[in-house]
Design a protein around this ligand. Structure first.
Ligand SMILES: Nc1nc2c(ncn2[C@@H]2O[C@H](COP(=O)(O)OP(=O)(O)O)[C@@H](O)[C@H]2O)c(=O)[nH]1
Ligand SMILES: *[C@@H]1O[C@H](CO)[C@@H](O)[C@H](O)[C@H]1NC(C)=O
Ligand SMILES: *[C@@H]1O[C@H](CO)[C@@H](O)[C@H](O)[C@H]1NC(C)=O
Ligand SMILES: [Mg+2]
Length: 472
């Protein structure tokens, strides 16, 4: 086993920069304690902040791949550095006594899981704990035989670790996915607290073989009433973070629930801090990824780039869709995400024809985006790629009449598996210079953030719900 401190020291290549900005970084992140990687953490956090300054937009569709290639593959050899060994039958025997960890469970569709994992990594940053990220699991949007997907198959973990200077682990590195050993674990139940409920018990994916005893978190994790969402209440990230520290953990008004398998009552674990789910959480706003202030986006989400593999596949689909041959550079394009089908649940009796996002409204926002790109960057962009969950051929005919193109996914599942059609569509959107999305879709929201953060692009959301909802 290598000495972790010496390995981490090699991370330091620009200490002078650290000296310059370290005090402001300490202020911004509130990092004052010492830890395993403390001095290097503050150094590299400063480095990552400098690296994420808004860059003059030199638009290049291959920028992501090239940047990823230039980086040494893994400065944090996380598994050897932060675990005792390779994935073991019991997660606990693999944790190092001198490292603290943090984890949470997947919930709902891909984007919701991704947002929950962004929140988890952010909590890792502000508690100085190593996040252990579960796999993406099948939900109602995917067929039940869809296999789980590793976080690292979608997002470039080496690049993320380096950008935010936090080591990141995946559950598959910690506990053998084929293990039949059931580990006990004490976790915080946040959902019963924020929903004023007693039966919102979210269990970890069965494949992790964990027997969890939950303790309902204190009520002060909830947003204050004036900021709270009436139907989807949120928890405050810093309040959740405080549960990682002894002064706040002394709050123990409730007894832990009895775990379902071994019938044990365990207080929340301090070695592997654990929360039931982190989707409904933010620092200040509800559904905070809709706002440019989102600290989770700024400190974590924007550094979650696609793996070079996904980036490459998406670029080849983009070329094919736009009719660009071979490896010729991809000229700037606008992308559109029209979210429909199950959004009927929001229609409240309005017919879907009047409720769903209208093509004419989208077309108007595409014109807005073109105008902004011309005015702000002097770039005339004409090509439009649209993706949607809509299946209705008549609707697609109307799309065709606008001259917009769609990626051809007839072979995608066969070639890459069921997760890939939406992943490729997201990556195509993230490579566009202009984006028009559907209000209230998390899929759209994240594409909007990427286009703004990565490409300095122009982006709009289209309102819907009643006829003419976007007439403004
Ligand atoms: N391939 C593809 N799938 C989509 C698209 N829009 C929606 N979907 C499917 O619908 C799901 C939307 O769920 P989610 O990611 O939770 O986003 P949200 O429901 O829009 O907030 C995705 O995971 C996809 O399975 C699209 O443009 N392309
Ligand atoms: C926190 O409390 C635990 C349990 O009482 C104790 O073992 C640990 O040393 C404390 N940690 C700190 C940093 O004080
Ligand atoms: C999509 O690709 C398949 C083969 O991969 C082809 O048969 C089909 O015609 C294509 N569809 C369109 C609309 O181009
Ligand atoms: Mg959804």
């Amino acid at each position: 086993m290598r000495d972790s401190t010496s390995v981490l020291k090699t991370l330091s290549s620009r200490r002078w920069l650290a000296a310059l900005v370290v005090s402001s970084v300490l202020f911004v992140l509130g990092i004052t304690s010492t830890s395993l990687w403390d001095s290097e953490l503050t150094h590299c956090v400063s480095h990552s902040l400098a690296g994420s300054m808004p860059h003059a937009a030199v638009y290049s569709s291959t920028q992501n791949v090239d940047a990823a290639k230039q980086k040494p593959s893994s400065k944090f050899d996380t598994a050897t550095l932060l675990l005792k060994g390779t994935a073991s039958p019991s997660f606990r025997e693999n944790l190092r006594p001198d490292v603290k960890y943090i984890t949470s469970w997947p919930y709902e569709g891909f984007t919701n899981q991704m947002i929950a994992y962004m929140n988890l990594v952010y909590l890792g940053l502000i508690t100085e704990r190593v996040p252990i990220i579960p796999r993406f699991t099948s939900s109602r949007h995917t067929t039940s035989d869809t296999p789980d997907l590793d976080f690292g198959e979608v997002f470039d973990i080496p690049r993320l670790q380096e950008a935010i200077n936090l080591p990141i682990l995946q559950w598959s590195q910690v506990k053998d996915p084929d293990s039949q050993f059931v580990d006990d674990l004490g976790c915080w139940n946040t959902q019963n607290s924020i929903f004023y409920s007693s039966d919102r018990n979210f269990h970890p994916p069965g494949s992790l073989k964990l027997d969890v005893s939950y303790t309902t978190a204190p009520e002060w994790i909830r947003y204050p009433t004036e900021l709270q969402h009436p139907t989807f209440p949120h928890a405050l990230l810093w309040a959740l973070a405080s549960l990682a520290f002894n002064d706040s953990r002394t709050w123990t008004p409730r007894e832990p629930d009895i775990s379902p398998t071994h019938h044990v009552a365990l207080p929340p674990d301090d070695h592997l801090l654990c929360y039931d789910l982190l989707y409904y959480a933010g620092a200040h706003e509800i559904f905070e990824y809709n706002y440019d202030m989102s600290p989770v986006w700024r400190f974590v989400g924007q550094h979650m780039h696609w793996t070079p593999k996904i980036q490459k596949i998406a670029e080849s689909y983009t070329r094919e869709t736009l009719g660009i041959a071979g490896h010729a550079p991809i000229s700037p394009y606008i992308s559109v995400h029209a979210r429909r089908t199950d959004f009927e649940i929001w229609c409240n009796g309005v017919t879907t024809k009047d409720c769903y996002v209208e093509l004419s409204a989208i077309a108007r926002r595409v014109e807005d985006v073109k105008a902004e790109l011309l005015a702000r960057k002097g770039i005339q962009v004409d090509q439009v790629i649209i993706t949607s969950d809509e299946k209705d051929p008549e609707w697609w005919d109307a799309v065709g009449e606008l001259g917009w193109r769609q990626p051809n996914h007839s072979k995608t599942v066969e070639l890459y598996g069921p997760w890939y059609p939406p992943l490729i569509d997201k990556a195509i959107q993230s490579g566009s210079l202009g984006f028009v999305g559907t209000d209230r879709s998390t899929f759209s929201s994240l594409s909007l953030r990427r286009v703004r953060s990565w490409n300095d692009g122009a982006a709009r959301m289209v309102l819907w719900g009643t006829r003419g909802a976007d007439d403004h």
